[in-house]
Structure formats: structure tokens, C-alpha cells
Ligand binder design. Structure first.
Ligand code: TRP
Length: 464
């Protein structure tokens, strides 16, 4: 039950290291293939404004709450929630939020590593000029051939999980923090390079227009309610909330870190990276007369056509997939961390052994997930009904559905309710160092707006 076998709880060695790790967690596959398209398709900068408001109302308060509970607990997420509850004279059963977060992280990591593997695989393919001169049918065939091959996917999934585990095994400051300090600047440099290349060689203006044009008419066309829900949903998911990650990252934080300003910085960088990803993708698509879309097919099928046709396509293509891999890796390590922190504190095993156990278990579920594209293709865990249509959910889809659509929002909702309604408010106000005005606004957001927003996201994701 206790962490007594550990001499002391780990700490981030620097604020900048923690910041990079948190931004690295947020900027992931979702930010690169979903956000840019969502923006371009839902009103450009008008959408960006809606998104910023959404993130202020939902993402921001939940992020701050997760860090605060983690920092106070200085323990794994389940124990931190338990401590927060007990210290505030409420039921220790709130620790269920820690368990559900860890379980969601486990489920997400299993399929996330499979996609991380695709990304590594495509880095190698791009490097070997495998897309040269191909049309859409041919790049589509490369993708479907990969999905049809358990062997090919297993190899890359294994390498990706191995990399994730290697970083995590090294601990918080010499693992996560060190890796983030290398990978995040590398990510920024690659991104700048591709955007720069696009500015010179591609139809940059078209890409900029798609992404930034203030287009209220387009937003109304898609439906303001729908756009709002999408923005709220992404504001929650993109910050890696509801999956114990930020509670775990918070548990390595010192008292002197200003949670409010750090959360603001993480959010600003997440938006900058996501928008820059759009500037890396859309000009290339538009210059090659290709259509954007918000599906994995965008990066794994459509973009390779362009890489195979454009000048320096090998270089730009390889760098692009490397960028995607780095983004996935800094997120996957953050997803493994709460699992390992939990095992470390609950078992006598060393961090290295805990990492191997955690990674192996997720890896094994990942194998089941990748088999659902081939050998287990016809096996559905359950069927969901969407828009009157029955959609069977294979293992991969089911893991995603149960974790992201159900567990994450419920855990996030519980977290914000615990903070707003059950914890000592004066102590939180002092800890966050808020002025009276800021505090009044915060209270309204935390007590009412954020919970209602999360419920709305949950219901639209579930029923929509
Ligand atoms: N924020 C990361 C990303 O955009 C990781 C992440 C958070 C995630 N929540 C998720 C991944 C839900 C899959 C599903 O990729």
C-alpha cells in the first residue's frame, strides 16, 4: 500500500523539462492528423477562436486539477486521488478515478503503439523511396497490405513499444525529461523545416487560407453546434486528460511551479504545434491536387502520393514520418508512465521490472488490436449504432471506443467535480495564487461550465 520501499518520490529536474514533457504528451497523433483538418474544415481562424474558448473552459481547469491532485499526492494516480479525498474528509472511493485513468491509459497505449509502429514503418518506407511515382491506388495498396500483415505490424509495434519502454525504464528525469528535451526541439526543427520548404516550394497561400481564413459561413454550413462539440471534445482529448497522465506528471512536481501559467504555456504550445502541422500538411496536398481529410488515411495514404511525386520527396517524406513518430513517442511515454508509477508503488519490483511488465502487458493487448485488421477481422467485441447504422467494433475499435469515448470523459468529469465540489476551496485558491476576480470566474467554470461541457461532449461522442 505504501511507497515506503522507495527512498523518495522522483522529481522533474527542471521546469523546462517538465514543460517539454507535458507539451510532448499533448502533441500526439491526434494533434497532427485531426486538429489541422478540423480547423480547415470548420471555419479556419473562426474555429481556432472557438477552440481556444473551449480549451479555456474545459481543458485548462481539468489540466490544472490533475496536476494539483498529483502534486499534493506525490504518489501514483490512484493514491493521489485517495489522498485528495481523505484530506478533504470525503470518501476514499474517489480513488476509483485514478484506477479508471490508469486502465484507460493501458487500453489506449495498446492501440496507440500499433499506430506508432505504422509511423515508424512509414519513416523507413519513405527513407527507402517506396512511394516514388505512386498514385492513390498504389499508396492505398501499401497501406492495406500493411494492415493485412500481422507480421509487419507486429515488428514495428514491438520496436515502438520497446522505444517507449526504454525511455520510461530510465525514470522521470533521466528518461521522460531527457527524451522530451531531445525529441521536442527535434520535432520543432523538423516542423519548421517542412513549413519552410512548403513556403518556398508549395502553394503555401492556399494552405494558409484553408487553415486560417475566418470563415463563419463554413462554420454555419457544418453546423455551429456540431463545431462547438468537436472543439470541446478535442480541447479535452488533446491535452491527454482523464487518463491519469497529468496526475502522474504532477506527482513529480515541486511546490514552486505555478500551475496556472504552466498550463497556459502548455496549451499555447499545443496549439502552435497543431497549427504548424497543418502548415506542414495542407500546402503539400493542395500543390498536388489532393483532398484533405481527417482520417489516418490522410497521412498514410494521401500524403505519400505527394511525397512520391514532389521534388525532395524522399527527404520531406522521411522527415514528416519521423516527426509523426516523435510526436507519437512523447505521447506514448506519457501514457505508459502512470501504469509504471502505479506498479512501482504497489509492488516490490524495481522501476525497470515494472516497466517491462507494464509494457509487455500493453504490447500483448496491442497484438490483439492489430490482429483485428486481419486474422480477427470478423470478430466484433460489440456493435454500436450510429446514425441508425450498426457498426461492429473489432478489438482495435473497441479499445478506442471504451477508453476514449466512455472512460476518459467520465474520469475527467469525476475529477472536476471532486475539485469543484468536494475539496477545500480556500486552500486551492491559495495554492493557485488567484486574485478574487480570477477566483470567481474559476469557480463558475469549475463548478458548472466544465462539468456541463464534459457531459455534453460525452453524450455527443456516445450518441452522435
Ligand atoms: N494527446 C495525445 C494525442 O493527441 C494522446 C492522447 C490523449 C490520446 N488522449 C487520447 C490518444 C485519446 C488516443 C485517444 O495523440
Amino acid at each position: 500500500m505504501s511507497a515506503s520501499h522507495k527512498s523518495s518520490h522522483s522529481q522533474w529536474s527542471s521546469k523546462i523539462g517538465f514543460l517539454m514533457a507535458a507539451v510532448g504528451s499533448a502533441v500526439g497523433l491526434g494533434s497532427i492528423w485531426k486538429f489541422p483538418y478540423m480547423t480547415g474544415d470548420s471555419g479556419g481562424s473562426a474555429f481556432v477562436i472557438v477552440f481556444i474558448i473551449s480549451i479555456a473552459l474545459i481543458g485548462f481547469p481539468v489540466l490544472v486539477t490533475e496536476w494539483l491532485i498529483g502534486r499534493r499526492g506525490q504518489s501514483n494516480p490512484a493514491a493521489s486521488f485517495r489522498k485528495a479525498a481523505i484530506a478533504n474528509n470525503t470518501s476514499p472511493a474517489w480513488s476509483i478515478l485514478g484506477y479508471s485513468g490508469i486502465l484507460a491509459a493501458f487500453m489506449i497505449l495498446s492501440f496507440y503503439s500499433v499506430i506508432g509502429g505504422w509511423s515508424l514503418n512509414y519513416t523507413a518506407k519513405a527513407g527507402m523511396n517506396a512511394f516514388a511515382g505512386l498514385n492513390g491506388d498504389a499508396t492505398g495498396a501499401i497501406f492495406t497490405d500493411m494492415l493485412a500483415s500481422p507480421m509487419e505490424m507486429t515488428i514495428w509495434h514491438t520496436i515502438f513499444m520497446g522505444l517507449t519502454a526504454f525511455i520510461i525504464a530510465n525514470g522521470v528525469s533521466s528518461g521522460i525529461e531527457k527524451a522530451s528535451k531531445i525529441l521536442m526541439p527535434a520535432l520543432a526543427i523538423i516542423l519548421l523545416f517542412i513549413v519552410g520548404y512548403n513556403a518556398v516550394n508549395m502553394e503555401f497561400a492556399k494552405g494558409v487560407a484553408f487553415l486560417f481564413k475566418f470563415d463563419l459561413a463554413r462554420m454555419q454550413e457544418v453546423g455551429v453546434g456540431k463545431v462547438l462539440m468537436a472543439a470541446l471534445g478535442h480541447a479535452f482529448f488533446c491535452l491527454s486528460l482523464g487518463m491519469a497522465i497529468m496526475v502522474s506528471y504532477g506527482s513529480y512536481l515541486k511546490e514552486d511551479v505555478d500551475l496556472l501559467s504552466t498550463a497556459r504555456t502548455v496549451i499555447i504550445w499545443d496549439i502552435i504545434f497543431s497549427l504548424a502541422a497543418g502548415l506542414a500538411i495542407f500546402p503539400i496536398l493542395f500543390s498536388n491536387n489532393l483532398d484533405p481529410a481527417a482520417v489516418p488515411g490522410l497521412v498514410f495514404v494521401t500524403l505519400p502520393i505527394a511525397f512520391g511525386q514532389m521534388g525532395f520527396g524522399v527527404v520531406v517524406g522521411t522527415l514528416f514520418f519521423l516527426l509523426l513518430t516523435f510526436a507519437a513517442l512523447t505521447s506514448s511515454i506519457s501514457i505508459l508512465e502512470p501504469i509504471v508509477e502505479f506498479l512501482e508503488e504497489r509492488t516490490p519490483m524495481s522501476r525497470k521490472v515494472c516497466t517491462i511488465v507494464g509494457a509487455l502487458a500493453t504490447w500483448a493487448v496491442g497484438i490483439l488490436a492489430l490482429l483485428s485488421f486481419n486474422e480477427l477481422k470478423d470478430f466484433a467485441v460489440f456493435t454500436i449504432v450510429k446514425g441508425g447504422k450498426e457498426i461492429p467494433q473489432g478489438i482495435f475499435d473497441a479499445l478506442d471506443y471504451i477508453s476514449s469515448k466512455i472512460m476518459l470523459p467520465i474520469t475527467g468529469l469525476g475529477t472536476i467535480i471532486l475539485m469543484g465540489w468536494f475539496m477545500n476551496q480556500q486552500a486551492i485558491k491559495d495554492e493557485l495564487g488567484m486574485s478574487d476576480t480570477a477566483w470567481s470566474i474559476w469557480q463558475i467554470i469549475v463548478k458548472f461550465i466544465a462539468p456541463i461541457g464534459i457531459v455534453a461532449v460525452f453524450l455527443t461522442e456516445l450518441l452522435g
